[in-house]
Design a protein around this ligand. Structure first.
Ligand code: RIB
Ligand code: CA
Length: 315
């Protein structure tokens, strides 16, 4: 099991990602830290606690963090509804702790070489870097859902939501000298699940809540992004670490647009053949059929009997 911190803004796809991470038994999850993004910090923290209770894993601590980006006002997502988890709309307490940054730093101090997985805006991670850069340099790697390299944005013409919400935080993280990998829209856009895929969970404890979540998520994505499907942004980020073999990636030199309103949050890659200084590994493709099969099998609790899909050439 690899030691990880998962920083997240649940969010329907974050919820599925946390389920995948927990049920896979691949990760020693030291903490879940929450950040405002898909919804307010109250909602994302409440939702994180709901998901862990659903998984019977309330032993995993939840520490709440930033209620807004470093400099910008918070712009929430639409597709997750008012509660951030439309279809469930959890009623449990949020129990805000406001200590995500200090906990990230202390967990790294006692677990050097830990992996940080980010599924939302990078505000907490940037604040940890600003507060204690020497400790943050001990991290094995930061693996983030974010960015749009050779495809349009999903929040403006060019930017992916997580980077768009807090471009200043992303700028700090992308310039920080630690191993970074991003799973951008380029790798996520073609991995689309339908309600029929989730019907395969029938008979498991997750079936009812997942169906309740996925129906509004698919409807909202369709109405707002034109794709009537469950987009698997955050679960794909977890899956990259579980089955790296079925992913194609390449190193890039990427800068973040923080100034222009028109292109705020753009991950601007140097595509000319001139750069020799790379700052981030970009996952460009993840085999769709491998993900869909393994994702459902792992959520069904068949991790140990699940021989991870292999594929010669990522389709
Ligand atoms: O652009 C997709 C990302 O923004 C996902 O992490 C989703 O949960 C939202 O946070
Ligand atoms: Ca997210």
């Amino acid at each position: 099991m690899i030691p990880v911190i998962i920083d997240t803004d649940p969010g329907h796809d974050d919820a599925l990602a946390i389920m995948l991470a927990v049920k896979s038994n691949f990760f020693d999850i030291k903490a879940i830290t929450t950040v405002a993004g898909n919804s307010t910090i109250e909602n994302t923290t409440r939702n994180a606690r709901y998901i862990l209770k659903l998984l019977d894993r309330e032993d995993i601590p939840v520490y709440s963090g930033a209620l807004k980006p470093l400099k910008q006002e918070l712009i929430q997502a639409v597709v997750h509804g008012k509660s951030g988890l439309e279809g469930i709309d959890p009623k449990n307490e949020a129990l805000l702790t406001n200590n995500a940054v200090e906990k990230i730093i202390s967990i790294i101090k006692s677990n050097p070489d830990i992996t940080i997985i980010t599924l939302g805006p990078l505000t907490n991670i940037a604040q940890a870097i600003l507060q204690d850069p020497e400790t943050m340099k001990k991290v094995k790697q930061i693996v983030s859902m974010g960015g749009a390299i050779k495809v349009p944005g999903n929040k403006n013409r060019v930017a992916e939501f997580n980077i768009f919400v807090d471009p200043d935080a992303a700028d700090i993280v992308f310039n920080f000298p630690v191993k970074k990998t991003i799973i951008p829209l380029d790798a996520c856009n073609n991995v689309q699940l339908q309600i029929e895929d989730f019907e395969k969970l029938k008979g498991t404890d997750l079936y009812e809540p997942v169906i309740k979540m996925m129906k509004p998520y698919i409807k909202n994505i369709g109405e707002n992004e034109g794709v009537f499907a469950a987009l698997m942004y955050d679960p794909l980020t977890i899956y990259y670490l579980i089955n790296t073999k079925v992913c194609v990636s390449k190193e890039y030199d990427i800068k973040i647009e923080t100034k222009s309103d028109l292109t705020r949050g753009m991950t601007v890659a140097e595509l000319r053949n001139i750069t020799k200084k790379f700052n981030v590994r970009v996952v460009e493709k993840i085999d769709k059929e491998s993900f869909k099969k393994d994702f459902i099998q792992i959520l069904k609790g068949n991790m140990f009997s699940t021989k991870l899909s292999q594929t010669a050439g990522v389709k």
